[in-house]
Design a protein around this ligand. Structure first.
Ligand SMILES: [Zn+2]
Length: 340
């Protein structure tokens, strides 16, 4: 007969004895997706009040309200999210009940790209939202219907949808980006019968034509913003030398033309101690290029002047007339020159 070996049991010290048990009264939502000020969350119904209360105690000015699903459906941004019997989620496109499906109509005097824009965005949404086949088909029909309502034929919208389906397919199979043609952009007003011909001709020469809305009645009648001439602005300015590559970079809180006058006076009166520009011109007998003196960066907040001046000084590719260092000496300014 075997005797069982004798074992000695040892009681381990309770490693948890020093921990205080914290009651877990914070309930974490199962899902928490935020876009700007809208949050989609999945919270157990019995914890809803508690969660809302907790959120509303975080900051006095941030108050949350809650909108619960109705008939297992909840709109979020431009999606309608519904809960399937197995509790998985199904996505569809949500349109506000007040949506009229009115876009730029086909007979409107806009260029093609502007007319297509709304349908491109709908087609992009169609292919990028993970919809089920039936929802996909319903949404596709809705887009076609909207196109028809605005006077476009079926080809117009099908072509746009096909383009997006192709793009989406490419995104799914590769992360490589197609090489973009580097076309120079030029902008011109749109005149239905003329522009397209000019556009095609220019494209052959490597130019891409874009349109801005011009000659609108509003633009002709009112000019709400009177443009401030640049010599009336304040900010960072540059003065060049006519006889060498040196430049002066400075800041002004006053109008640029007032500051420029100070430099001019110092040069005229040969007072080198009053301005680095005068000092350069007098000591080397160089002429200052007053006509090309200009504002490099218009700045309205005086608290930003030192930083912008320092950045322009430290990243200047031309030699400087400045006798003083930049007001802020930080190697970080060199990073702004890095092209990643
Ligand atoms: Zn010079």
């Amino acid at each position: 007969m075997h005797r069982l070996p004798c074992i000695k049991l040892r009681r381990f010290p309770n490693i948890f004895q020093n921990f205080r048990v914290v009651p877990i009264d914070i309930v974490f939502p199962r899902v928490w997706k935020r876009y700007v000020d809208d949050v989609f969350a999945i919270v157990e119904e019995r914890h809803l009040e508690q969660t809302l209360e907790l959120l509303n105690t975080r900051h006095p000015t941030i108050k949350f309200t809650v909108e619960q699903e109705v008939d297992k459906k909840l709109p979020f941004l431009d999606l309608i999210i519904s809960r399937k019997p197995d509790n998985s989620l199904k996505f569809g496109i949500y349109r506000k009940p007040t949506s009229t499906d009115r876009y730029i109509t086909s007979d409107s005097n806009h260029c093609g790209a502007q007319k297509q824009a709304a349908f491109h965005s709908m087609a992009h949404r169609l292919v990028s939202v993970p919809m089920e086949k039936d929802e996909y088909m319903i949404e596709k029909e809705k887009i076609k219907k909207a196109a028809k309502l605005n006077g476009y034929d079926e080809d117009f919208v099908e072509k746009i949808i096909r383009t997006h389906e192709r793009k989406q397919h490419k995104r799914e199979v590769t992360t490589l980006q197609p090489e973009k043609e580097n076309l120079e952009r030029i902008s011109m007003p749109f005149y239905a019968k003329v522009t397209n011909r000019i556009k095609n001709a220019l494209k052959r020469h490597g130019y891409h034509v874009t349109h801005k809305s011009e000659n609108r009645l509003r633009d002709l009648l009112c000019n709400a913003k009177n443009k401030i001439p640049s010599n009336e602005k304040s900010g960072i300015y540059k003065i060049e030398c006519q006889d060498c590559a040196a430049v002066y970079i400075g800041q002004t809180r006053r109008k640029f033309k007032v500051r420029l006058k100070v430099h001019k006076k110092a040069v005229a009166n040969k007072r080198a101690n009053e301005s680095s520009v005068a000092s350069h011109a007098i000591s080397l007998q160089h002429n200052v290029d007053w006509d090309n003196a200009k504002i490099l960066k218009n700045i309205r907040k005086s608290s930003q002047l030192n930083a912008w001046e320092s950045m322009h000084i430290m990243t200047s590719e031309q030699p400087l007339m400045n006798e003083d260092d930049a007001p802020i000496l930080s190697p970080l300014f060199h990073l702004t020159k890095l092209k990643l």
